[in-house]
Design a protein around this ligand. Sequence first.
Ligand code: DQA
Length: 147
Amino acid sequence: MKLLVINGPNLNMLGIREKHLYGTQTYDALCQYILGKAQELGIEAELFQSNHEGAIVDKIQAAYGTMDGIIINPAAYTHTSVAILDALKAVSLPAAEVHLTDTSKREPFRQISYAGMACQAHFIGLGFEGYGKALEWMKAHIPASNG
Ligand code: DQA
């Protein structure tokens, strides 16, 4: 099973940005966590981070026919991007939404998730563990014939 894990804008600044919200661990540490968990589950994970909406749309489109599922933390684009929602709908792959923080307890503008409308599972406010839970969800929901 091959999964694409997408992280949106400013997540490369983990460990530096708003530590009271996002903690002190870096994006590299997040990548190591995801790759370690994926290996444990026998999943091949490709990691992608971008600060650019169009690059994220391109990456989602490229997953069509090459990936078995998408785990996505679109970061701020969660709350603004119909383009990312449409891309997820277009490829129609199993998709899981992850957020490090509990967006439901934050500002009103974070209450809407466009990308989340195309996701079948949501792991919100669990920190790094949300990505681990998303990998487990994919393993449980994608047929084993996909390798
Ligand atoms: C985030 C929540 C978003 O509202 C915010 O813009 C982010 C990170 C999270 O993981 O908690 O950049 O997606």
